[in-house]
Design a binder for this molecule. Structure first.
Ligand code: NDP
Length: 288
């Protein structure tokens, strides 16, 4: 039987540690503020934004909400981001994605100051991760790394296979595992013999975006299997990219869906908000 990696419990632990840290900062007169921007009223985005605001409240981070109508122009959104970039009271800026189609998402990501890019999507943040400098790390892969480490698994020298090469999950995940001295392979839709490559993995991170695609035939006995996927199956039940029932008897450890990677993403967003203090100090240092 595999060890179940409990993302709910680990994310709660992280949030409680951050809550203490934020209280200490408050005693030194430092308050952290996250600006959250939502354009339009997509129901899923509204739920995500609500959860982020709730997490801020729990930890003691001040959140400022900007709920803009669907027809907001790109120029108006860029204008708001520009103002928040220049506002010293604001430590982090988050634009809930996706934005409506008439707005260029890439332009918006680049407009957020790298000093306030708590989602870790800006090219400067991605570059900082690649060269090992302080910077914001994309929240979902950062959450996966925290799950692996806090469950007591070492990465150094291990065969790590990531399925998926998106900019927000697969690629930063590969960089993080490499930073931890794993031997990393990143797979994608053009990978040949995917099954054989996955079967080599001591640590298998699945972010393929296909419900229950990865079954036991892809998994080495005793491997740590992290399922980033999130979908609804034919019975409207949440499921991941991993066929849990098939893989659980073979794996050494596995994340469930729900209750695995999902809760970690917000916890790592909160961590990025708290780390903004150091990242902004580092940036100031570099500028002087
Ligand atoms: P994308 O769709 O952007 O990327 C999927 C990746 O999987 C691509 O690199 C693609 O390859 C690769 N892929 C697709 N089909 C195959 C295949 N048959 N064999 C091998 N590789 C394949 O997804 P994301 O990275 O954004 O998300 C991945 C999953 O994680 C999704 O299920 C998403 O819902 C979930 N997710 C969960 C989060 C959470 O908080 N829990 C947060 C973010 C995402 P190619 O590049 O060649 O097209």
């Amino acid at each position: 039987m595999a060890q179940i990696i409990d993302g709910k419990q680990i994310s709660k632990q992280i949030k409680d540690e951050l809550k203490e840290k934020v209280a200490e900062l408050k005693e030194q007169g430092i308050e952290i503020c996250l600006a959250v921007i939502q354009v339009g009223d997509d129901p899923a985005s509204t739920v995500y934004v609500g959860n982020k605001k709730k997490a801020c409240e729990y930890i003691g981070i001040r959140s400022e909400s900007y709920e803009l109508p669907e027809e907001t122009t790109e120029e108006a959104l860029l204008d708001l981001i520009g103002r928040l970039n220049g506002d010293d009271r604001v430590n982090g800026i988050l634009v809930q994605l996706p934005v409506p189609e008439h707005i260029d998402e890439d332009k918006i990501i680049r407009a957020i100051s790298p000093k306030k890019d708590v989602d870790g999507f800006h090219p400067m943040s991605v570059g900082a991760l690649s060269i090992g400098q302080p910077g914001y790390v994309s929240c979902t892969p950062a959450g996966v790394l925290a799950l692996i480490r806090r469950s007591g698994f070492s990465i150094e020298g291990k065969e790590c296979v990531v399925i998926g090469r998106s900019n927000i999950v697969g690629k930063p995940m590969g960089m993080l595992l490499l930073r931890e001295n794993g031997t990393v392979t990143i797979c994608h839709s053009k990978t040949k013999n995917l099954r054989d490559v996955c079967k080599r993995a001591d640590i298998l991170v699945v972010a393929v975006g296909k419900p229950k695609m990865i079954d036991a035939s892809y998994v080495k006995e005793g491997a740590v299997v992290i399922d980033v996927g999130i979908h609804r199956d034919a019975n409207n039940k949440l499921c991941g990219d991993v066929d849990y029932a098939s893989v659980e008897p073979v794996a050494g450890a596995i994340t469930p869906v729900p209750g695995g990677v999902g809760p970690m993403t917000i916890a790592m967003l909160m961590k990025n908000c708290v780390e903004s203090i150091q990242i902004q100090a580092f940036a100031k240092d570099q500028e002087s």
